[in-house]
Design a protein around this ligand. Structure first.
Ligand SMILES: NC(=O)c1ccc[n+]([C@@H]2O[C@H](COP(=O)([O-])OP(=O)(O)OC[C@H]3O[C@@H](n4cnc5c(N)ncnc54)[C@H](O)[C@@H]3O)[C@@H](O)[C@H]2O)c1
Length: 372
């Protein structure tokens, strides 16, 4: 039997293909246009940076404006606060930010007025404070910071946006955050945190260096406690990604003595080592850690990963409620949750309690300065 096929009209097929290609190209252009339109329409977020004329302030401002904190499609308005003696430097920071022509930066308010600085802010990064000077007693430094944080808490409470999230960087960071919580009772306590991410990053970087692996392959270290030399960098649950999958750090680092001694001391003393080398405290790494902290809080921690944040204790792991203590947390949709159910051995228990004890002492000292 002979099969007689229909004759193919090649001109028709070419015409159809061309029309189809044109449609695909147009649709693609439309998608890109819509995405750009959506980006443009994103409302700018107002971010307060206190101590903005200082070391960390100078390092963090361009990081935020470049999108390192909230992603490449989130515009922002920066509110920069410092005190009167630093007003010239503060103005210079504003000028440099303007001259950098950052596409995401929709405005800069540089002020020494705390009310103007706090007005409608959605995020507050509290870096400004009184630094300890040689020969000063701890009580003197605490009393100065208590006064600063009490005033700034009241301003945030009255003038910041209702959903304002706060990150305290200025030392003593945990106790300053506690004072802020005390004097801004209408800000939900889960919105008040302090920075221990720098210690967390330092611990992961030290392990990566020891194992000669990229730092991105090390995860789930925990920094428990105070951002001070009593902090406890815990590697019991940390892992490193190898060709055969995730392996426990405890198994891969065969030198357990190093993990329990030098490693912990090096992380605890890293800030002091930077001061010795630089004659100033860490600024670039602190600024970067503050960006990481807010980034993960707002945009979420990667699946299977936790980070360390100073948050109000709810009694988890036997840490007294009411202290601002660094815990392992998982973040999702702008909220954090303390990771539960991790096993704590005797060695860890002791170190965690030591740091909690120090925080309780700091709290008592701060309250005595307030005469509360
Ligand atoms: N939590 C951490 O991981 C971490 C890490 C590094 C540094 N820190 C702390 O961060 C703070 C800032 O460090 P830095 O190196 O930028 O110090 P810095 O001295 O360079 O800057 C501090 C700035 O704060 C300003 N300031 C002082 N009182 C203020 C107030 N009442 N309101 C607004 N601004 C005020 C100062 O004028 C100065 O410009 C220090 O307390 C430091 O100990 C914390």
């Amino acid at each position: 039997m002979e099969f007689v096929g229909e004759e193919i009209d090649y001109t028709f097929v070419i015409q159809k293909t061309l029309v189809l290609m044109l449609c695909v190209a147009l649709s693609w252009k439309m998608i890109i246009y819509m995405c750009n339109l959506l980006n443009i329409e994103k409302e700018p977020i107002r971010i307060l940076v206190t101590g903005a004329a200082g070391n960390i302030g100078y390092a963090i401002a361009p990081m935020i404006a470049r999108g390192m904190m909230l992603g490449p499609d989130q515009p922002m308005i920066l509110h920069l606060l410092d005190i009167e003696p630093a007003s010239k430097s503060l103005e210079a920071v504003k000028m440099e930010l303007q001259d950098s022509a950052f596409p995401l930066l929709q405005g800069v308010i540089a002020t020494t007025n705390v009310v103007e600085a706090c007005k409608d802010v959605n995020i507050a990064i509290m870096i400004g404070g009184f630094a300890r000077k040689e020969g000063m007693e701890r009580k003197d430094v605490t009393s100065k910071n208590v006064v600063i944080f009490k005033a700034q808490a009241s301003a945030l409470e009255r003038y910041a946006s209702e959903d304002c999230k706060v990150l305290v960087v200025a030392n003593p960071a945990n106790t300053n955050a506690l004072i802020l919580k005390e004097f801004a009772p209408s800000i939900p306590e889960e919105n008040i945190t302090c920075l221990t991410r720098l210690d967390h990053n330092r611990a992961q970087a030290r392990l990566a260096d020891k194992l000669s692996v990229p730092v991105s392959s090390v995860k789930n270290v925990i920094v428990w406690g105070n951002h001070s030399s009593t902090q406890y960098p815990d590697t019991n649950h940390a892992t490193v990604t190898t060709k055969t999958g995730d392996q426990s750090i405890k198994e891969v680092v065969s030198d357990q003595k190093w993990l329990k001694n030098e490693f912990i001391t090096e992380v605890q003393q890293r800030g002091a080592a930077i001061i010795r080398a630089r004659k100033q405290s860490s600024a670039l790494s602190a600024a970067s850690a503050a960006c990481d902290h807010i980034h993960d809080w707002f945009l979420g921690t990667p699946k299977g990963t936790w980070v360390s944040m100073g948050v109000c204790s709810d009694g988890s792991y036997g840490i007294p409620p009411g202290l601002v203590y660094s815990f392992p947390v998982i973040c999702e949709k702008g909220s954090w949750k303390i990771v539960q159910g991790l096993s704590i051995d005797g060695f860890s228990r002791e170190k965690m309690d030591d740091s909690a004890r120090e925080l309780a002492e700091e709290k008592a000292l701060a309250y005595s300065c307030l005469n509360v």
